[in-house]
Design a protein around this ligand. Structure first.
Ligand code: MV4
Length: 653
């Protein structure tokens, strides 16, 4: 086994690889960019080498610099993770030329799968089913159109260098073929510098089922399948293993096809053979076709680990170090069912817009496996993929695992950025998905309902109001001495939620006992028997406050913005003579004295309330008539602090 390896990656996959390496007694070297100096993967490693600026092209894609870092630190091998340099055959050759081990397949195996037409021809030869179509060298448009007629419409035009749906066009009718071809070629040229295409029969109701394979360079085994049909714009959202509706016969056929694919290219290490399946009438042994092979460890590998009990990274290190495959095919089996949900910092209602932010709050349920490259307090930077974590559950049956997924999502609290958790929760409760009727169009068909922002009901709003007033203590109980002298019996608070205003009047009936009037409804919020209640419902919520932002985690993360009472006063046009305390608190400083001229916006006093400092500003130009409060005073909501001279008097003076 290696003594030391370098991980040429960042984020969750770098952390994932390091955890197994550490468990195997292998020392680890991290590499990091300017943006990642404080990152979790750097903290986890035994050593770390800075490799450049934040942009991937200036750090994580600099093969030569990474190889130099490995040589310098005495690492014997490089683990590429996924993305970045993981499927770059030139990098593999450079690593080997430097006398290091690349933990993955040979450059030759990667190249064999790099272009779709050559890969298809190779697979056909190896006896792996491929989608009927034309993948020859003749790129003459008339010839391709003729091939499409022969295949039968609808057909799919695919760029041979393509990936992720780029350079792909669905053509329903012969008369549309030439335009679609020109457009696919144009896109392929721009994206890949290669205009070549292939033509395929279009598989309706496609499902994406992939087989995990593992090779030693000669022989391969498979670790069964994963279903990754729940995608949006070619981004996987929830993956599972095994595939719903899979039979032993189809599994055997697919697994064998995966093994043939891997052995045909002398595959070494972890790889995935992707199949497209016609899901319109169940899975059939003659109803799956090779799509492409991913020559790396994939994001969704944990679901396979969950059902097989295999640590795929351990296998990667062992095989790369020259050991035999740890298990034979007949020693591998499936236990239970697993799901993985990808938690992203993204604004789903705004079209899945990637988001950034500092993770002020990061709390995961104990019962799930969490693969994450960030910790509480870390930032999601705009430089890299905004994935926060992969949440993986494993249960005895699909139904149980799905319930575990729903529960784990409900108990994941992330504050400081918007996330797709509500979307994942709604998806995990979706009927077709729950029934195992998955296909690649499911998300798009139900997008409107799935992407809706969750709206807090009045119980959640009432609890948010009490929390926003600072009446919920750090430890989750009611604030101690909730009836201190200066606390008024009725307090108002305004919150923005989901682009609407909530005005609440909270009446203090006793410590930990409040009546919350929301206008249309009112609720009794109380603390009893060690927990908060809204009326008769137990509050299963956590709250996180960061400045004026309040997040209430109650099944979903509901975001509230606390409207500063001072701003509220200004909005009400209160520009009279008195500058009053907008809320109860302690006067920290007064910057005005009688006779002083002030301008609108001048800071006249600071009030500390609800653990925050509030600046009290002059609402208009004027002259200070009287200072009514002094630093250190406890004041009530509405207490006059500074009085200005009447405008009429000033004009007269
Ligand atoms: C297909 C197909 C239907 N018929 N090929 C999309 C990306 C690329 N990897 C292959 N893709 C597809 N190829 C034939 N002959 C439908 C898709 C497809 C798809 C495949 C897997 C997962 C999600 C998808 C979403 C849209 C289309």
């Amino acid at each position: 086994m290696f003594n030391k390896i370098l991980i040429a990656n960042r984020g969750e996959i770098a952390c994932r690889v390091m955890e197994t390496a550490r468990a195997m007694g292998v020392r680890t070297v991290a590499v990091y960019s300017d943006a990642d100096a404080q990152a979790k993967h750097v903290a986890l490693a035994d050593e770390a080498v800075h490799i450049g600026a934040a942009a991937p092209a200036e750090s994580y894609l600099r093969g030569e610099v990474i190889i130099a870092a490995a040589l310098e630190t005495g690492a014997e091998a490089i683990h590429p993770g996924y993305g970045f340099l993981s499927e770059n055959p030139d990098f593999v050759e450079a690593v080997e030329a430097a006398g290091l081990v690349f933990i993955g397949p040979s450059a030759k195996a990667i190249r064999a799968m790099g272009l779709k037409d050559a890969a298809k021809a190779l697979m056909e030869e190896a006896g792996v089913p491929v989608v009927p179509g034309y993948h020859g060298k003749n790129q003459d448009p008339e010839h391709l159109a003729g091939a499409a007629d022969g295949i039968g419409y609808p057909v799919l035009i695919k760029a041979v260098a393509g990936g992720g749906g780029k350079g792909m066009r669905l053509v329903e009718r012969p008369e549309d073929f030439m335009d679609a071809l020109a457009s696919a070629r144009g896109e392929a040229t721009t994206a890949f510098g290669n205009a070549d295409v292939l033509i395929e029969k279009y598989v309706t109701h496609p499902r994406h089922v992939e087989v995990q394979v593992f090779g030693d360079g000669t022989h391969a085994v498979h670790l069964f399948e994963r279903d990754c049909s729940l995608q949006r714009r070619h981004q996987k959202v929830i993956e599972e293993a095994p595939a719903p509706g899979m039979s032993p016969e189809v599994r055997e056929a697919m697994g064998q096809a995966g093994v043939r694919a891997a052995e045909a290219i002398g595959y070494k290490g972890a790889g995935t053979v992707e199949f497209i399946v016609d899901g319109s009438d169940g899975l059939r042994a003659d109803g799956f076709w090779f799509m492409e092979m991913n020559t790396r460890l994939q994001v969704e590998h944990p679901v396979t680990e969950a059902i097989t009990g295999v640590d795929l990274v351990e296998w990667q290190l062992r095989v790369a170090a020259g050991e035999a495959l740890p298990k034979r095919q007949e020693q591998l089996g499936i236990t239970g069912h697993a799901f993985e949900a990808r938690i992203y910092a993204e604004d789903v209602p705004k079209g899945f817009l990637p988001a950034t932010g500092t993770l002020s709050h990061l709390n995961f349920p104990e019962e799930a496996r969490i693969d994450s490259g960030v910790r509480q307090g870390d930032s999601i930077s705009p430089w890299y993929d905004p994935m926060i974590a992969k949440l993986v559950v494993h249960g005895p049956t699909r139904a149980v695992a799905l319930k575990q997924l729903e529960r784990a999502l409900r108990h994941t609290d992330i504050g400081g950025t918007v996330t797709n958790i509500a979307f994942l929760s709604q998806l995990s409760a979706q009927k077709d998905f729950a029934g195992g009727n998955v296909d690649t169009g499911l998300i798009e068909r139900h997008l409107e309902a799935l992407a809706e922002a969750p709206v807090a009901d009045s119980s959640i709003r009432a609890f948010a109001a009490v929390s926003a007033l600072g009446l919920v203590a750090e430890d989750g109980g009611p604030v101690a001495g909730g009836l201190v002298l200066w606390t008024p019996l009725v307090q108002s608070i305004s919150l923005d939620h989901n682009e609407a205003r909530i005005d609440a009047r909270v009446t203090v009936l006793g410590q930990g006992l409040y009546d919350v009037d929301l206008g249309e409804t009112s609720h009794r919020v109380h603390f009893d028997a060690g927990t908060w209640w809204v009326d008769q419902t137990k509050v299963r919520a956590r709250t996180a406050r960061s400045g004026d932002d309040l997040t209430v985690f109650w099944g979903n993360a509901y975001g509230f913005h606390v409207i500063d009472p001072l701003v509220r006063e200004e909005q009400a046009g209160a520009a009279g003579n008195l500058i009053a305390a907008p809320m109860p608190g302690q006067v920290k400083a007064v910057f005005a004295e009688a006779g002083q001229e002030v301008k609108e916006g001048d800071k006249l006093a600071i009030l500390e309330a609800m653990k925050m400092e509030h600046s009290l500003l002059a609402a208009r130009d004027g002259v200070v008539a009287e200072v009514l409060a002094h630093a250190g005073d406890q004041v009530q909501d509405g207490a006059p602090l500074i009085r200005l001279e009447d405008e009429a008097d000033e004009a007269a003076a």
